[in-house]
Write a protein that binds this ligand. Sequence first.
Ligand code: GAL
Length: 661
Amino acid sequence: MQLGVCYYPEQWPRSMWADDAKRMVELGITHVRIAEFAWSRMEPRAGEWVWEWLDEAVDTLAAAGLKLVLGTPTASPPKWLIDAHPDVLPVRADGTRWNFGSRRHYDISSETYRRECLRIVTAMAARYGRHPSIVAWQTDNELGCHDTVPSYSPAALQRFRVWLRHRYNTVAALNEAWGNVFWSMEYPSFDAINLPNLTPTDANPIHLLDFRRFMSDEVASFHREQIDVLREHAPHADLLHNFMGFFTTFDHYRFAADNALDVAAWDSYPIARTESIALPDEQKARYARTAHPDVSAFDHDRYRAIGRGRFWVMEQQAGPVNWAPWNPVPASGMVRLWAYEAFAHGAELVSYFRWRQCPYAQEQMHSGLNLPNNELSPGGLEVEQAAREIAETAAFAGLGAPSRAAVAILFDYETQWMFEIQRHGKSFDYQTLVFDYYEALRELGLDVDIVPATADLTGYRMVVVPSLAVIGDSLVEQIEKSTAQWVFGPRSGSKTTGFAIPGNLPPGALQRVLPLQVLEVETLRPTLAPALRIGDTQGTALHWREHVRANGATQVDTRFDEACVTPHDGWPAVLRHGRIRYVAAWLSHDLHRSLLAQIAKEAGIETQRLPDGLRIRRRAGLSFAFNFGEQQVDVPVPANAVFVLGNSRLNRAELCVWKDA
Ligand code: GAL
């Protein structure tokens, strides 16, 4: 449970560095990340290296006893580079190029830019790779931020054609696989294929999907090129990238594959995230100062899997930020709480953004641990408290990793892309559906692992698949072997990898273990709300519903009410075959929770309905409880609980930690 901070020595006079380092250590900070935007100071003119200031910054921080994370500065190419190579600027979908003057103004497919990046990363790694205090390296910064994954440049086009040739081998095979006979879209050669922008109406969905797969691979290969250099020069350091919350534009599982990361790090801005995702307004209002209780947890659980157990929070909100639609001050206590929350989910390090608020430029309205005048900010004071408590609490020393949860949720990036390409109804969003299931499980007091569909699922007692566009044979084999309770949501098995409807109808290969067929689907405007009841809970379908036929031994557990939308409705809502269930709609939240509670019971997993806003997470023999709600709550703790921090009565933004005696 270590604390860190992001620091920008290049933004402050040198006379402040030693004092900053000393105050970081006094605050209880052990790690400091630097350098990720400092290219123009490392290389002010092409080929002219200026390392002396960075040497001094590194040595000053190291001398104070801090461990360093060095960022490669490739998210902000300097002006001389852009002037020398204007084609490095990215091209947007409308064909225009972006300008210099902020950050991330580069085309990820530009071979010129990749060469320039390798040049500076190699120079940096050769100079600092074996520095004993540099314990980790971060590549770039938030790849994909500011919508910079898709690139419509001539460079991207060339590389896309090569990617397609590799995937399909012949253009005849591509035409067949894409179904290009439709609307006379057949291509005479790979060189005739364009990027899927600037078409009068929808491009072919498989064209769009292959472009997204390609761009996702581009992001991974851009990172990989830097990793190969860093592995060579910094063989003892942890290599990482700082990912973002709720971000799905590239496939993070593929990105992390083949040893491309030692740690998955991510940047957690819970209040800004709550404001910017698709949550009901009432929830945004309720959690405006604490953040929704599941927004950070959701990504902690995702990144734990992406890092194969090892994850850090590289940037943690430390007060109000500058970039959400509204930027309130967090409730007093939240800056401390978010650190413990991350630790409860398995984080090794929580690093705050940033050491001191910068009084100028784009982020002058973004808080840090210090005010611009160098006084500790309210967030800084909370970090001081957390650091002190962590140091004084014996139970936190050497705390082990969280063990495997009883429940897994499958999360799949390609499903997100497919359903974005083909929403079918404007309110359908896959990630929001997954989040709804996650929230329901957490309200039932459960720990959850979020894993890819390719994960080894042995040992889970309950596997929740809110949806999964393509169901492959290997998943069906896992279902056959497992003894878990499984539940699949709507649109599962609705597509092939080639973005077509399976020949045997959805849910495709899942029919081997769950015989049923989806005959028709409908998206629901808010006035169409087929009603149903699960247990004592009454609710409706939202956004999406299917008309399903049960085949073979499949039973219908729950039906929509007769006459709820059209007379004689009564369509199946939840179907089951043994331990495998199918939910034929996006259900209102309480119905999801009620259904999951039933399934957990059958899986032998104990649940409890937690008071609103309360969450519990267990790690290595400790239980952590957090109150995100307005009201004071009494945490349901076992009779033999021994508190190591706080007690069972929690006001808003308070937490407690106990172990079972
Ligand atoms: C992150 C970014 C940081 C900083 C921060 C502000 O997205 O990595 O550099 O801009 O947001 O919240």
